[in-house]
Design a protein around this ligand. Structure first.
Ligand code: HEM
Ligand code: HEM
Length: 182
């Protein structure tokens, strides 16, 4: 058996932080959009960027899952208590699910509202037909899970910092490129 690596592969690290930046931009675009009066071109542009950046994160999550399945993961040293390992596993599953479910809900609710999603000028096919009832339900789910995302990501980031500064274990260094963070 090979020893586990000290950190994730560079590709996984780059994908993790690229996703982080994308998700910040996905939230920022939709929050700023709410401040722009209806009819302003910037309002529509922000919604388009919200969709495109989220779909980019959606594309990257499959690459992350493939790399995770193929490569060994680092092991936290010193090992945290069992309940923390279980909580981290549950949180990571929830984060992956979030990165898959949110873009799908966004895509489906937009189709249900009778609108076409374009990604960098390329029109995506409609996955479902137009229905106001379905659009309303999907929009509600997109909003609720989107708001839950703040808590999930906040807890995840707080846990990473707790491991680094309080427990002083290797967790955060798993996600930092060689040389950074000691
Ligand atoms: C990780 C992916 C995503 C996240 C975290 C996210 C998050 C959010 C949040 C927080 C809102 C504001 C909800 C509210 O208060 O009403 C929102 C609205 C919206 N999202 Fe997303 N979203 C994602 C993906 C997508 C995708 C892929 C699409 C379309 C293809 C999309 C389309 C929209 C639209 C059109 C709205 C505005 C809804 C309205 O008020 O009419 N979203 N999103
Ligand atoms: C949009 C925001 C974020 C998302 C969606 C996200 C998602 C994820 C996911 C899915 C994993 C699991 C990797 C795996 O083992 O397959 C992970 C690991 C990790 N994340 Fe994040 N993350 C985000 C933000 C952050 C932030 C802000 C920090 C630091 C403050 C952070 C620190 C870490 C660390 C240290 C790990 C490795 C944990 C370990 O090796 O046990 N993440 N992240």
């Amino acid at each position: 058996m090979l020893n586990p690596p000290q950190r994730y592969s560079l590709a996984q690290i780059v994908l993790h932080w690229a996703t982080f930046v994308l998700i910040i931009a996905v939230y920022a675009t939709i929050l700023i959009r709410e401040e722009i009066p209806k009819g302003e071109p910037l309002r529509d542009a922000l919604r388009d960027w919200h969709r495109q950046l989220a779909l980019l994160a959606f594309a990257l999550v499959w690459l992350r899952l493939a790399l995770r399945a193929m490569l060994p993961s680092p092991v936290i040293q010193p090992p945290p208590p069992h309940w923390q390992r279980r909580a981290a596993r549950a949180a990571h599953i929830a984060l992956y699910a979030f990165l898959i479910v949110m873009p799908l809900l966004g895509l489906l609710m937009t189709n249900a509202a009778g609108r076409t999603v374009t990604v960098f000028g390329f029109a995506l096919p409609h996955l479902i037909g137009e229905s106001k009832t379905v659009a309303d339900v999907l929009k509600e789910a997109h909003e609720i899970i989107g708001n839950a995302g703040y808590a999930l990501i906040g807890l995840h980031a707080a846990a990473a910092l707790y491991h680094h500064w309080v427990r002083r274990d290797t967790t955060l260094r798993h996600m930092l490129a060689r040389g950074a963070g000691g």
